[in-house]
Design a protein around this ligand. Structure first.
Ligand SMILES: [Zn+2]
Ligand SMILES: [Zn+2]
Length: 245
């Protein structure tokens, strides 16, 4: 399994980081915030269509580039064999109905399957995907993806401290965890490096990736703060970073 970080930042324009987006094995896209569409196709215009898109919640920094991504597929991929499978929180069909109301016919013409996930465990291609609520919004979810080789990756989406993160990340090979809050200025609906590290430690994950980084986070060396509470490898997410799991 390999993971490419497409966007490791937030909506703050003060860094070069794009908003949230991660690509697993060039097949499964997790979140699609501003900048992810161009990150996907800048590298390879001939990239094959993405059949599976997981959305953690409906905040704009996680979903805004889904519209141009769908538009691209409608314009350029009319011959695609498989529908786009869009997996997301409760309310996904309602979100899609509103998108259709705004953009009209081309959205209605898409070949797309909408799959709501709350506490589901499903097959996505040859992968297993499990979801749990995170409490960041009233329907936000985190994901765990497992492949046929027994490797697993966990993605928190956005979250404050929540038991579901510890349970779903259990013993995973890589945990990609929200680190949008700083120890010096903690927020309830995001994690600090210390809280992310404590979750990784309690879950017994092999590697921790800190992501969703605000510029302020860099003043305080988040990896060093996290290393006091998690003794496995810690990776600071960077746009375009490729990790083998
Ligand atoms: Zn959010
Ligand atoms: Zn966010």
């Amino acid at each position: 399994m390999q993971l490419r970080v497409l966007g490791s930042g937030t909506i703050s324009g003060r860094t070069n980081r794009k908003c949230s987006g991660y690509l697993l094995d060039e097949q499964i896209l997790m979140d699609c915030g501003p900048g992810i569409w161009s990150a996907l196709y800048r590298r390879d215009q001939r990239m094959r269509p993405i059949d599976h898109i997981l959305i953690s919640h409906f905040h704009v920094d996680h979903i805004a580039d889904l519209v141009p991504l769908l538009w691209r597929q409608w314009v350029l991929e009319k011959e695609r064999q498989n529908p786009i499978n869009l997996y997301g929180p409760r309310g996904l069909p309602d979100w899609f109905d509103k998108l259709t109301a705004v953009h009209h016919d081309w959205v209605k013409d898409l070949s797309i399957s909408l799959i709501e996930m709350d506490e589901a465990e499903i097959e996505v291609g040859s992968y297993s995907v499990a979801a749990r609520p995170t409490g960041h919004t009233d329907n936000s979810i985190c994901f765990r993806i497992g492949d046929t080789d027994g490797k697993s990756a966990f993605y928190s989406g956005d979250s404050g401290w929540h038991e579901n993160l510890i349970q779903l990340a259990d013993s995973s090979d890589l945990a990609i965890i929200d680190c949008a809050s700083s120890v010096q200025d903690p927020k309830e609906d995001h994690l600090t490096p210390v809280l992310a590290a404590k979750i990784a430690d309690l879950a017994g994950v092999k590697r921790l990736m800190l992501t969703h980084l605000y510029p302020e986070a860099w003043q305080f060396e988040p990896a060093m703060e996290a290393s006091q509470y998690f003794k496995g490898a810690i990776i600071l997410a960077q746009d375009d970073l490729l990790i083998f799991i």
